[in-house]
Design a protein around this ligand. Structure first.
Ligand SMILES: O=C(O)C1=C[C@@H](OP(=O)(O)O)[C@@H](O)[C@H](O)C1
Ligand SMILES: C=C(OP(=O)(O)O)C(=O)O
Length: 428
């Protein structure tokens, strides 16, 4: 899909898209819940579909009724030989689904193979090669990547892991330990990054009745949970701050945007986009569950995105409109996303005549000059497509975004939503 964005003013109000991070976690928690889980405000992006398919393949039933997804699971699926000797499961292109469901799949006794498509084939899983054998799981990867074959059952025990590459591996271990521990057990973590995503995991585990203690993000203590039969749980998916960020930045640079279902009390770390917007001088009005951002004179800002790596793309679009040099820390966190986001942000924004320099862990964006519309590519990365689209709103001339359908990974209605805000764009 090619999307052409013409310079436009935006105005209006939108409902935030549902958080795929919450929805995928809710699917995993529903798999380990002994009963029925009703997930409200469920999204249907590719990553969310991947999570639903995985829990179904592992033996839960999944029904969709309008915006509700109903998942029924039970403890027998883990002990029986269901669904047979060997199963092959695709994670689509989702990093979280791959890394979160691998330890959960290791709770089963039969062989399971994880595959996927596109960018996920290049993203590392060697963490599991080091960790899972210590927990009694046989595992083979393909040179540290998928396809990956494993055979459990995983037996929780005290362990120390490295959290510097990604928090997603720890999310998976916490879920698997929460389900399988029969005595108190702990996971020690060195250099944990993307910490707010662990808060999200712990929130959801708590909601589902599992007990985990967080000792300063260095040690997590897990306790056996009581088995409840036919445990019925309702969970409502929050708005997605990683994607709300693009909508708010659109308001800051090109008009006025109100986003509803944007909960500033969320555990999602990407709500910190608000701090960046405040720091650069955007006008903000924060109400109950909604937030309005209005265009203003914008100045450069400094931001540490080490624990919120997904904010880099919207913040680079924002910085392009801020007079002076903006510094964003956390470049090292961008290497293993859907693209190498440090280099794809640099190459695509340079095409728009925005100077982006990388200096070690820092990204320096020289903003405030006229942005020029150009032909850009998403590199099959949803956040690069959205960053370019938002930056294009205030450009001189049209911006043509190739492979714009990458947005389906997290926010399938992104371009329709931008259109609802009266942006001028053509989809072909
Ligand atoms: O747990 C999650 O929902 C996510 C964790 C982050 O990954 P890392 O922990 O690898 O930084 C983030 O970039 C990703 O989009 C979603
Ligand atoms: C990196 C991302 O997701 P994941 O790691 O789950 O593929 C993302 O959504 O930007």
């Amino acid at each position: 899909m090619i999307v052409t964005v013409s310079p436009s003013s935006v105005s209006g109000s939108l409902q935030a898209p549902p958080s795929k991070s919450c929805m995928q976690r809710a699917c995993a928690a529903a798999l380990i819940n002994n009963g029925t889980t009703i997930i409200d405000n469920a999204g249907n992006s590719n990553d969310e579909q991947a999570a639903k398919n995985i829990v179904q393949k592992l033996g839960a039933t999944v029904d969709t009724v309008r915006k509700e997804v109903i998942i029924t699971s039970n403890d027998h699926i883990f002990s029986s030989t269901y669904p047979g000797k060997r199963s092959i499961i695709s994670v689509g292109e989702s990093g979280l689904s791959l890394r979160m469901f691998t330890p959960l799949a290791a709770l089963f006794k039969h062989e399971i193979i994880f595959t996927g498509e596109g960018s996920i084939l290049k993203r590392p899983v060697d963490f599991f090669e080091n960790v899972l054998p210590q927990l009694g799981v046989e595992i083979q990867t393909t040179g540290g990547k998928i396809p990956l074959t494993l055979k459990g059952p995983l037996k929780p025990k005290n362990i120390t892991v490295d959290g510097s590459l990604s928090s997603q591996f720890l999310t998976g271990l916490l879920m698997a330990y929460a389900k399988a521990c029969t005595v108190p057990v702990s996971i020690k973590v060195n250099n944990l990054t993307s910490r707010p995503y662990i808060d999200l995991t712990l929130d959801i585990l708590k909601h589902f009745g599992f007990k985990v203690e967080n000792e300063h993000y260095e040690k997590f203590n897990l306790f056996p949970s009581k088995t409840v039969n036919n445990h019925s749980i309702k969970y409502t998916v929050e708005g997605d701050w990683s994607n709300i960020a693009f909508l708010l930045v659109a308001g800051a640079i090109a008009g006025e945007v109100t986003v509803k279902n944007a909960d500033i009390n969320s555990s999602q770390g990407d709500k910190r986009v608000i701090h960046a917007l405040e720091a650069c001088g955007a006008k903000l009005n924060i109400g109950k569950g909604e937030i309005t951002v209005t265009k203003n004179k914008l100045e450069s800002f400094d931001f540490d995105a080490t624990h919120s790596p997904d904010l880099f793309p919207p913040l680079v679009a924002l910085a392009a409109y801020c007079k002076g040099t903006t510094t964003i820390k956390g470049v090292n966190r961008l290497l293993h996303k859907e693209s190498n986001r440090a280099s794809t942000l640099q190459s695509e924004f340079r095409k728009l005549k925005v100077d982006v320099e990388i200096n070690g862990d820092l990204m320096l964006i020289k903003g405030g000059n006229q942005i020029k519309g150009a032909k850009v590519s998403s590199h099959n990365d949803h956040r690069i497509a959205m960053a370019c689209a938002v930056a294009a709103l205030g450009a001189k001339g049209n911006t043509i975004i190739h492979d714009a359908d990458a947005v389906n990974k997290s926010y399938p209605s992104f371009f329709n939503d931008i259109k609802k805000l009266k942006a001028s764009l053509q989809i072909s």
